[in-house]
Every structure is written in structure tokens, then in C-alpha cells.
Design a binder for this molecule. Sequence first.
Ligand code: A2P
Length: 272
Amino acid sequence: MSDIATAGDSAGTFPIPSGVFAETVNSVRHYTDRLFAFRMSRPASFRFRSGEFVMIGLPNAERPVFRAYSIASPSWDEELEFYSIKVPDGPLTEHLQKVQPGDTILMRKKPVGTLVHDALLGGERLYLFSTGTGIAPFASIIRDPETYERFAQVILIHTCRDAAELDYGHDLVAATRADPLVGEEATAQLVHYACTTREETERMGRITTLIGSGKLFDDLTVPPLNPETDRAMICGSMAMLKDVKTICEEAGLIEGSNSKPGQFVVERAFVD
Ligand code: A2P
């Protein structure tokens, strides 16, 4: 779309700022009263690495509010998917949660992020530690063929407050195992480890507790974290990042970045 295009909602019509893409919502799914996902058109010129994030906004003000969102779809997908929390009175999410197919979403042009293969050394086993909407970048990573080329085993860990909040992850893993591109690899190599902290389910506890007690490794029948073989990506709240990062460092893993790949990488789930 050109820079002189306009779009708006009931709040009015505003010019699209220059230097941003204006894309169209194709579908929206509400998972719980706190969580929703939407898919939108992808600009033909937009390239990103699986696991990166972009700045998203709405054309509902002269100076729209932008927030960082991990892209939850793989880099080969024709559409872009995002998975979001609904924050009451959140400057962006209070409006974003109301989007409908056909609405316009603004997206800044440059994707960035550290939850990318380039920032991780190769290894045997890749742990993807997430809480809440922190699973979003891993929705991209687990549908990327490179993930299965680089790691023999990929362990997607998702902790949420209650069972309904795990639905996005269950649907994601089922779709990935049925995917024509990576389904065979995902069926053989991807393990999904989901747990709740506030609702009684068959697997309960914070991941930090389950690592500390050794239950995670017992359940998976794998040895404890080992810098020789294991790599990790971490995405969740600030507190969760700090705690899981400490666990990785205590196990001897070294943090990586785009310029210096390492044994684990960290990114917060931005919107709160
Ligand atoms: P808890 O219910 O014990 O707070 P939220 O929805 O608030 O973002 O939390 C998502 C999940 O992350 C919840 O299950 C929550 O557990 C868990 N969590 C919160 N803080 C930490 C932490 N420091 N380490 C591990 N898990 C955490």
C-alpha cells in the first residue's frame, strides 16, 4: 500500500504513517478472555528469520502506539500470525483485541530478535522454554525445517495458569505434526511438554520447579541440562526469563547473540 493510503476505525480516519506496512487482517481467533491470535496479509517484500519480532500498531491515531510482537508463523508462510494477550486498558491491546477480518494493521518494516538460529550454536537437543504468549516465537521456530536439520530433538515447554491457556500450543503442535513441509520431522523429533500452575491438570508446576526437582528430565527421559549437547531459547515474563536464564547459566550454558552465537538465547514476551 502507498504511504498516502488512509485507514481507520470508529475513532476516525488517519493517514498511514510513512515507513510502515499497512496490512489486512484475514482471521482472528479468541482462545480465552485473555488470549487471542490473528493472521494478516504479508507484504511481498517482507523477509524475516523465524523467531524474530516486529513492531505492530493500529491506524487509530495520528501517532499510533506500536508494540513489539513476535511473529508466530514461519518465514515461508504467505501470511503473518501473531498471538497476543489482552491487557485491560493496554494502549494497544485494548483496541487490537477487537480487530476483525478486513481491518488494517500497521507493521514497521524491520524485524529483529535473538530467538533465531543464527544466535545459537548447533547441538543435539533444543529446549524452547515459554510461558503464556511467550510461545509465539516458537510457533515460528518449530515450523522451520532448519530447526529439525540442526537438532535431533526439539522440546517445546509451555507453562500457563490454566488448561484453556494451553490450547494455542496444543493446536500449534497438532498442526505442525500434520504440516506437509515439517510434519514428518516434527512427529519424530518434537516433544511438547505443557504444564499449568493454577488449575489442576495431569502436569502441574512452574518449569523452574520442575527443573529443580528433576521431574522435567525424568518425564522426558533425558539427562539434565548439559552445555555439550543442549541449547535453549527462553521467552516469557521478565521474572521467568531471569529464573530460567539463571538455571541455564548454572548448568554451564553461555548466552548467545546474533554477533556471537552461544548455547542459549533470551527474549521477553513483550506486551504486558
Ligand atoms: P504462576 O501461576 O505460579 O504465577 P502469566 O500468565 O502471569 O504471564 O504467567 C504465565 C505462567 O508463567 C504462569 O503459569 C506462571 O506461574 C508462570 N511464571 C510466572 N513467573 C514465573 C517464573 N519466575 N518462573 C517460572 N514460571 C513463572
